[in-house]
Design a protein around this ligand. Sequence first.
Ligand code: MN
Length: 142
Amino acid sequence: MYPQGNDKSTRRLQEKHTLPYKILIVEDNDNNGTLLSDLLIYHGYEVAMASNGQKGVNLARELLPDLILMDIQMPGLDGMSACSILKRDPPTSRLKIIALTAFAMQGDQEKFLAAGFDDYLSKPISIRELPILVERWLKNES
Ligand code: MN
């Protein structure tokens, strides 16, 4: 059931689809990190993990992942600072970064957007919502 006209663009699309997207999880809480990682691997993504903001920045520079899920509260470099650093630095400025936050209060959305986050997700993370959000941002390529 392959498309009749197997032109280059079709082939490219198929190849691209078979490549797993790379997602970087930056989260200091092991349980949360493992939960997110298991969920994303289950959905076919390739996952890398960093346990604090500085490691997250380093790994993001090295891997240039398709998407980053970034916890806000972390020891040392927190999520806000890590996101700002990545978004200000040309090699990583176009990476898509989603904030994971335990405290989404009024005004927080503005703070996240000001720090450069593309979107945010409130904890506890919904195992139904997360894959939908992730897929939406991965497909949102210009
Ligand atoms: Mn945390």
